[in-house]
Design a protein around this ligand. Structure first.
Ligand code: GDP
Length: 297
């Protein structure tokens, strides 16, 4: 899932250090601190993980590299904490609708395409992709390619059309054809926070009117390779709109997956899916245990 990273090297040096000194001392914890920060954990989280690890080393009298490695795994899993509800919500009746927001280039359209592929090809669902980013014709074109790949239907309108109108069309089409899932791309521009809020509010109203409820998920796409920079960006979005889950794209492009733990701690929004490549099958549901294993692996 992740590139082999800092922890791999770290554990090799833990082995050498513990064997050489026969004990775990402050120098070793300093090395852990460096590795955790290098893996994109925030300072606060790093301190918390180290305190926990120190406690374990003391209480359990850990002395081998393997014991410390296991301890770190426990401390990281705890830091990820209650990972929240990592499962994507599915409507009890009628089509389920997800909105995808996020700045350009983070992997929004690709992630939507992969979600469509997964639902359609793996779960046998009937999927509609709605091109709600009406500012860029290229965005709809790109979504169209994914629709074809996934065997999903594409709903789009002319350039600069009202995104809410596209969502309206998509819901009507889904009802008519008995579709299970509507995936909506948005322009997601944040330079005008008010515009984005207004756009999403309008889409929300259409959903309430036509589906009888709000979107089932408002997913924020983030680029894992931007590391800590993703945090303020994510905060802006979560403050502007009710984000219900994070889709973390490009996790394959970084060895610094600690950003997942930082996001969880700083935003309180669960990571629900992770993107691990550009192909249609490169999207996985987020699993905390598997993730910590991969982070340390
Ligand atoms: P958007 O502007 O947010 O819709 O971003 P795109 O979906 O167009 O993605 C931008 C670039 O990132 C494209 O080249 C994608 O192929 C690439 N990309 C998206 N998700 C992933 C991922 O999980 N892993 C990798 N390696 N590349 C990705």
């Amino acid at each position: 899932m992740l590139k082999r990273g800092v922890f791999k090297t770290l554990f090799q040096s833990v082995d050498a250090l513990v064997t050489g000194k026969g004990r775990i001392d402050d120098d070793l914890f300093d090395e852990f601190e460096e590795a955790l920060l290098a893996a994109d954990l925030s300072f606060r989280t790093t301190e918390q993980v180290l305190e926990r690890l120190k406690g374990m080393v003391r209480d359990k009298r850990m002395s081998t590299a393997q014991e410390v490695q296991d301890g770190l795994k426990i401390a990281l899993t705890e830091a990820l904490g209650d990972a929240g509800d990592t499962k994507l919500k599915v409507a009890e009746s009628g089509p389920t609708l997800y909105l995808m927001v996020g700045v350009n280039g983070v992997g929004k359209t690709t992630s939507l395409g992969k979600l469509a592929y997964r639902a359609s090809k793996k779960e046998g669902k009937k999927v509609i992709l709605a091109a709600g980013d009406t500012f860029r014709a290229a965005a709809a074109e790109q979504l169209g390619i994914w629709a074809e790949r996934a065997g999903a239907e594409l709903i789009r309108q002319k350039e600069n059309a009202d995104p809410a109108a596209v969502v309206h069309d998509a819901i009507i089409a889904a009802k008519t054809r008995g579709a299970d899932l509507i995936l909506v791309d948005t322009a997601g521009r944040l330079h005008t926070k008010l515009n984005l809020m207004e756009e999403l509010r309008k889409i929300g109203r259409i959903c309430e009117k036509e589906l009888g409820r709000k979107p089932d998920e408002v997913l924020l796409a983030l680029d894992a390779t931007t590391g800590q920079n993703a945090v303020p960006q994510a905060k802006q979005f979560t403050e502007a709109v009710g984000v219900t889950g994070i889709v973390l794209a490009k996790l394959d492009g970084t060895a610094r997956g600690g950003i997942v733990i930082t996001l969880r701690q700083e935003l309180g929004v669960p990571v629900k899916m992770v993107g691990v490549g550009e192909g249609p099958e490169d999207m996985l549901p987020f699993n905390p245990e598997v993730f910590v294993e991969a982070l340390l692996g």
